[in-house]
Write a protein of this length. Structure first.
Length: 224
């Protein structure tokens, strides 16, 4: 009986993942801010890759990765309800699992250079790492400029210095040029990875960003 129950549970989990994937793919199909379906799919795939060596409950990790941007404040349009909770009600997910997934999601987002965003368990650490890895390197650079354009921000202004925000409220209010975001967030992420595997991946992506910025400033100054 125990084996049968495990099999039934695994089948149900696969069905919930499939339904959630379909829902998220449709929901983010038209996003132009760098938080599109392909970003979410990369985060999901990276999280599962990290789980291969770091462990954790793969079902909770995959569901949290798929849903991690659904209620993201950066993408909000004034709604005062949780779209994640609403989705869970539609798919009739186990309440204990739903609570665990929501807790993981709450620990994913970066909230400012001076704000501690500690992940409390291996699942949260993995999803947080996967999301942050997608914010750095070549794709991270592309997403940063996509977001800046989406929010109608300046590319760069030498007169506006980067600011290391000490509160989430300060971070949310920033309208600084896109290049500032490298110093306010992206270049900080390498040292804020949780897992050994993510730290190794982040090293190379971090160097790529440093090289990009060096070239950017050479070209900005018409030197190369």
């Amino acid at each position: 009986m125990t084996k049968i129950r495990i099999m039934e549970s695994n089948i149900q989990q696969k069905e919930l993942i499939s339904a959630t994937e379909h829902f998220i793919k449709q929901h983010f199909a038209a996003d132009s801010s760098g938080h599109d379906w392909f970003h979410i799919d990369r985060v999901r795939n990276m999280a599962l890759k990290l789980a291969e060596t770091e462990g954790g409950n793969r079902y909770l990790i995959e569901m949290a990765a798929l849903l991690h941007d659904l209620d993201d404040w950066k993408l909000g349009n004034g709604e005062n309800f949780s779209k994640t909770k609403q989705w869970f009600q539609q798919i009739n997910i186990d309440l204990a699992d739903a609570e665990k997934i929501e807790q993981i999601i709450k620990q994913v987002s970066f909230k400012g250079a001076g704000v501690e965003t500690r992940a409390e368990n291996i699942e949260a650490k993995i999803v947080q790492d996967a999301d942050r890895l997608d914010a750095i390197g070549a794709i991270g650079i592309a997403r940063t400029f996509a977001y800046g354009g989406n929010k109608q921000r300046l590319l760069y202004d030498p007169e506006i210095e980067p600011e290391l925000h000490n509160s989430f409220e300060e971070y949310k209010k920033t309208t600084a040029p896109t290049i500032n975001h490298f110093y306010e967030k992206l270049l900080l992420l390498k040292d804020r990875m949780n897992t050994k595997t993510a730290k190794e991946i982040a090293e190379k992506r971090h160097v790529f960003m440093e090289d990009y910025l060096a070239q950017f400033f050479l070209e900005w100054g018409c030197k190369k």
